[in-house]
Design a protein around this ligand. Structure first.
Ligand code: APR
Length: 309
């Protein structure tokens, strides 16, 4: 039986941790690629040497050569600059756009049938760069943002109520950034909306903390940005695709009229399976939610227009 193959571009904190999760779950053979010589080779060898202890048979290869990524089922793009303290996601725009464009062009030459999972920030704008650079249909270009934002929201809900994270669900729409749109009425503990379990003030406090969740970590770390939760979130998407699980996860996908938005990557709930983004789940929004979603989409549109200027 042919084994799954996942290439992770960018062997930094997010990339290497994603590679570790995929390999240790035995989900796929993993190729780590970076522009820095020795870095992906060193990390891949270190991860491979953990395999006997962790008890998995996934192979790990580190390389600077895209030929080694040939025939990948999924290419995860994490290459770029991480946000520094005081730096907004927008500051990263032009520099990371150049990096994402070049790595996607190189990677898809060797894996024309792959699914691209984009992680580099500013996320929604980088998805536009990736779909342009690859020429792929929208089903095969998917951005990781909503899973992370939902995970952060779930963490804060569980902390607030003293309940297991396992019983929490969170529903987050919109762009990845300060304008994201958490939907408290669809965010639940064991099926009970959190609006029934907390005051509106506490709900708003958790929503605000979620929207600035990335910045909170950057401020604490002082150098670099979050990577454990981003890597876990990326892993969850890769798992759903490779095992055709049809998980319903919030992902950045190219909307073509859904939610009243056309031609923009924005976070919405989708079904993820072997075909990539197999379906968008559309729900009716209240006028307030719809206004927040449109504001969030406008913020994404502004970034994309800056890119194209
Ligand atoms: N080709 C390949 N790799 C590259 C290139 C390139 N052109 N340019 C940069 N890289 C590599 C860097 O050498 C580095 O090893 O990308 C890696 C990025 O790793 P980190 O700096 O550790 O950043 P990380 O924390 O992993 O975040 C990566 O994910 O969550 C987002 O905002 C985050 O955009 C950032 C990305």
């Amino acid at each position: 039986m042919r084994r799954n193959k996942v290439s992770v571009i960018g062997a930094g904190n997010v990339g290497a941790t994603t590679a570790q999760r995929i390999a240790e779950a035995g989900l796929a053979d993993v190729v780590l690629v970076d522009i820095v010589e020795g870095l992906p080779q060193g990390k891949a060898l270190d991860l491979a040497e953990a395999a006997p202890v962790m008890g998995h048979d996934s192979t790990l290869t580190g390389t600077n050569d895209y030929a080694d990524t040939a025939g990948s089922d999924i290419i995860v793009v994490t290459s770029g600059l991480a946000r520094q303290p005081g730096m907004s996601r927008d500051d990263l725009l032009a520099r990371n756009a150049g990096i994402v464009r070049s790595v996607v062009q190189a990677a898809v030459q060797h894996s024309p049938d792959c699914i691209l999972v984009i992680v580099t920030n500013p996320l929604d704008a980088m998805c536009h760069v990736a779909i342009d650079a690859s020429g792929f249909p929208r089903e095969r270009v998917i951005g990781m943002a909503g899973v992370l934002d939902s995970a952060r929201f779930r963490t804060f809900i569980a902390m607030e109520l003293g309940v297991s994270v396992e019983d929490t669900h969170a529903f987050v729409l919109g762009g990845h950034g300060d304008t994201m749109v958490p939907l408290p009425r669809y965010s639940t503990v064991a099926g009970i909306p959190i609006t029934e379990l907390m005051t509106p003030e506490r709900v708003q406090a958790l929503v605000d903390r979620t929207a600035s969740g990335g910045a909170e970590i950057v401020a604490l770390l002082k150098a670099g940005s979050a990577y454990y939760a981003p890597a876990a979130s990326t892993y969850e998407m890769v798992d759903s695709i490779l095992r055709d699980r049809k998980r319903v996860l919030a992902c950045a996908v190219l909307l073509q009229g859904e939610y009243g938005v056309d031609g923009l990557f924005v976070g919405v709930p989708v079904v993820l399976g072997r075909g990539g983004m197999e379906r968008i789940i559309e729900i009716a929004l209240t006028p307030e939610e719809s206004a927040a979603f449109q504001r969030s989409s406008a913020a994404v549109r502004e970034l994309v227009e800056k890119l194209r200027a």
